[in-house]
Design a protein around this ligand. Structure first.
Ligand code: NJP
Length: 235
């Protein structure tokens, strides 16, 4: 039976590359981001290449939108096999320049969004005795850097959520994996992927291949963690 994968942050960058990679493997991809036009274009491209895609435009930091969307997805598809928690935002400034609004924005998307989507699907995965949650966290889930305090805090929290969940759902046949990318040439933080200093950074496709490796591991294997850096990155 064809497998279904929900991918958040699918409109561009890493999530878009993951969607294209999984669609090529005959997995139906269910695309989530806020920008409906970009999602519709990606759906069209995937279908033109012979794949299958649905999309839902929503803000993953809004609990009601997440719950309603997952309910709609589960009504339409008997089974969701994979959840790829990829959507995320970052901003970088001195500690004292962060305010409550920025704290809430970053935490609500990176941590609460990951929590709400996973929460909405985990009972379904446990009941079907299989499923795989893959979260794109960051190498700064395990180290910190100046001007990154709130972003690092969000990525440590995202990692801790997944690490505890892995231990909780293992006995139900549900796998939880985390990818920790270093610098990837995307639109992250309002930048452009083709900026000259990004020439030797990881490409979104490198992360997509890591996700593919994780999802295609044999049934008895769970890849807990996968750290990946560009060779040029000093860390
Ligand atoms: O970033 P970008 P990446 N609700 O900006 C979506 C991590 N990471 O691909 O909503 C729903 O190109 C947004 O869509 P839209 C990073 O922390 C990266 O690099 O339409 N979706 C877009 O599709 C993040 O977790 C690097 O604006 C929301 C996507 O997220 C993940 O990689 C290094 C949303 C962001 O695409 C993907 O980031 C690292 C919301 N509220 C970790 N807010 C790196 N690039 O160097 C955003 O260590 N999105």
């Amino acid at each position: 039976m064809q497998k279904n994968a929900i991918i958040t942050g699918a409109s561009r960058g890493i999530g878009r590359a993951i969607a294209l990679e999984l669609a090529q493997q005959n997995i139906r991809v269910i695309l989530i981001a806020r920008n409906a036009n970009e999602l519709a274009e990606l759906q069209k491209q995937i279908e033109q290449e012979g794949g299958q895609a649905d999309f839902y435009a929503l803000d993953i930091s809004q609990a009601t939108q997440v719950k309603q969307t997952v309910d709609r997805i589960l009504e339409k598809h008997a089974q969701v096999n994979y959840l790829i928690n990829n959507a995320g935002v970052g901003s970088f400034q001195d500690f004292e320049a962060f305010d409550e609004t920025e704290w809430d924005r970053i935490m609500d998307i990176n941590v609460k969004g990951t929590f709400m989507l996973t929460k909405a699907l985990i009972a379904h995965m446990k009941a079907q005795k299989q499923g795989h949650v893959v979260t794109i966290a960051s190498d700064v889930s395990k180290r910190t850097f100046p001007q990154g305090s709130v972003y690092c805090a969000s990525k440590y929290a995202q990692d801790a959520l997944m690490s505890a969940l892995r231990k909780e759902v293992r006995s139900f046949g549900v796998k939880v994996s985390v990818v920790y990318p270093g610098m990837v040439a995307t639109y992250f933080g309002g930048s452009q992927p083709d900026e000259p200093e990004k020439a030797l950074w990881l490409k979104p496709q490198d992360i997509a291949q890591s996700v593919s490796y994780i999802l295609n591991a044999p049934a008895h294997v769970v890849v807990d963690e996968l750290m990946i850096h560009p060779l040029v990155q000093d860390y």
